[in-house]
Design a protein around this ligand. Structure first.
Ligand code: SAH
Length: 458
């Protein structure tokens, strides 16, 4: 085959019209069919673009100037939006964000899942899509002998210093700054990634939206935290609603934030929050949804799709601290939850007691292994709920579900691609996806969450 030369060269400046959008929110323009991906370009816009990378079949550009602006383009409210790696789509109107997310799920269903007919509903958004995050994990770095906190620049470990993050709960935002100052005054050294020296790696703050309880976690390289008592005292003085001050020790050279060991410095080992009428205790290492307002919407949808009458046996796989399980237990005969993080399972058991729920049992283990074991024990659930991490369900788990033949499966997913892949496998096993509901859990970012209802074809 003749070698086709790309129609553009690196560093060339061109005029480009955007015709599509990638899942990460980049504009896609085409030059004689050759696609160029340009961050922050919007469909329908014409722009001046500098070509920054040329590959055989596609290239990348930098947006220099928008010549013909989309009516959906807005001025991003955050000062560091274009530098920070946290948000990707603040430059889109909220309506457009919701539409784009629905389309992303539809595309995944069609292209990856080969499910042409599945209805994908309009994304359920927030009334006020800002200040929703109940948790921050901020890296700490040393700059000219001082501690600096901020967010990572896109694709780098350089820190952008920022005063406020507009998607983070305001109190948590201020709290990080207070803890940074207190640690600095106490002479705590910042962690140096290159030399693997220094003490403080991250500051994590999580709050309960309904209870206003706060947990602070100091993630350190060393087990010893100098001036520990002074630090605790100062944090408590600054924020009397702090209920838990923890230290997590992470001695490894790694990008993973939390290490294995967590120590209580002061207060309780967990904080509380509630979603609807159900209360939860949450410890430092447990997963808890970051957008509590939308979590209620998501769980209500999952419950609606489970369509329980009160007589069912239900399995909740990847159950975390038992949030969905306890919602389900109030409408089912019996719920079995499984989760891989032991601390989360301890929380789940505690949470069942806290809510006087005695028809939910929780197990520690890999969902795929425990599900197989349940199958061997003869467990035949009527409904199975799964809520896996981004990589989706393990094939063994999908196979075990097919063998167990529940009448319904509810799939909660934070990644439309793996959701579509798994729905296709379930379809081959006789399970039809009835509907998919995207819920905007992460406004201003390109992440999409959805719930799918799947039924056994009889
Ligand atoms: N349903 C919960 C948690 C969802 S997040 C909620 O809504 O809060 C996904 C969870 O899966 C996390 O708690 C993670 O620790 C857990 N997990 C990851 N891999 C797993 C596996 N192989 N088996 C069981 N749980 C797993």
């Amino acid at each position: 085959m003749a070698k086709v030369k790309p129609p553009v060269a690196k560093n060339e400046t061109i005029e480009l019209e955007f015709v599509d959008l990638t899942h990460e929110g980049s504009g896609v323009g085409k030059i004689n069919g050759y696609p160029l991906f340009v961050p922050y370009g919007l469909p329908g816009e014409k722009a001046k673009v500098k070509v920054v990378k040329v590959k055989k079949n596609f290239g990348f550009g930098k947006l220099l100037k928008v010549l013909d602006q989309s009516p959906e383009r807005i001025e991003p409210p955050c000062d560091v939006f274009y530098q920070c790696g946290g948000c990707q789509i603040q430059h889109m109107s909220y309506k457009m964000q919701l539409d784009v997310k629905q389309k992303q799920v539809q595309d995944a269903m069609r292209k990856i899942g080969h499910l042409e007919e599945v209805p994908v509903h309009p994304t359920i958004g927030m009334e006020d899509p800002w200040r929703y995050r109940n948790k921050v994990q901020i890296p700490v770095k040393g700059v000219e002998g001082r501690l600096e906190t901020g967010f990572y620049k896109k694709r780098s470990h350089d820190i952008i210093n920022m005063d406020t993050c507009p998607i983070t709960d305001e109190q948590n935002d201020r709290m990080v700054e207070a803890v940074r100052r207190i640690a600095e005054d106490a002479g705590i050294t910042p962690y140096d990634e290159d030399k693997h020296r220094g003490i403080l790696r991250h500051i994590m703050v999580r709050n309960g939206k309904e209870t206003n309880e706060i947990m602070v976690v100091l993630v350190t390289r060393t087990d010893k935290l100098p001036q520990q008592e002074k630090i605790v005292e100062e944090i408590r003085k600054a924020y009397p609603n702090v209920k838990s001050i923890m230290q997590n020790v992470n001695p490894e050279r790694t990008n993973v934030i939390l290490g294995k060991k967590t120590k209580l410095l002061w207060g309780e080992e967990y904080i509380h929050d509630s979603i609807g009428d159900t209360q939860f205790a949450i410890s430092a290492k447990s997963f808890y949804q970051v957008n509590p307002e939308q979590t209620k919407t998501l769980y209500d949808k999952a419950l609606e799709y489970a369509d329980l009458s009160g007589n069912e046996t239900v399995v909740d796989a990847y159950c975390g601290i038992g949030t969905i399980s306890l919602f389900l237990a109030q409408k089912a005969k019996k719920v079995y939850g499984v989760e891989i993080v032991p601390e989360a399972v301890d929380d789940a058991k505690k949470n069942a007691k806290l809510n006087h729920i005695d028809n939910a049992e929780f197990y520690v283990g890999a969902a795929e292994k425990v599900m197989d074991w349940w199958k061997a024990q003869g467990l035949r659930p009527d409904v199975i709920v799964v809520d896996p991490p981004r990589k989706g369900c393990d094939e063994t788990l999908l196979k075990a579900m097919l063998d167990m033949q529940p009448k319904r499966i509810v799939y909660v997913s934070c990644n439309p691609s793996t959701l579509a892949r798994d729905l296709n496998i379930l379809a081959e096993g006789g399970y039809e996806t009835k509907q998919v509901q995207p819920v905007d859990m992460f406004p201003q970012t390109s992440h999409v969450e959805c719930v799918a209802q799947i039924e056994l074809n009889l």
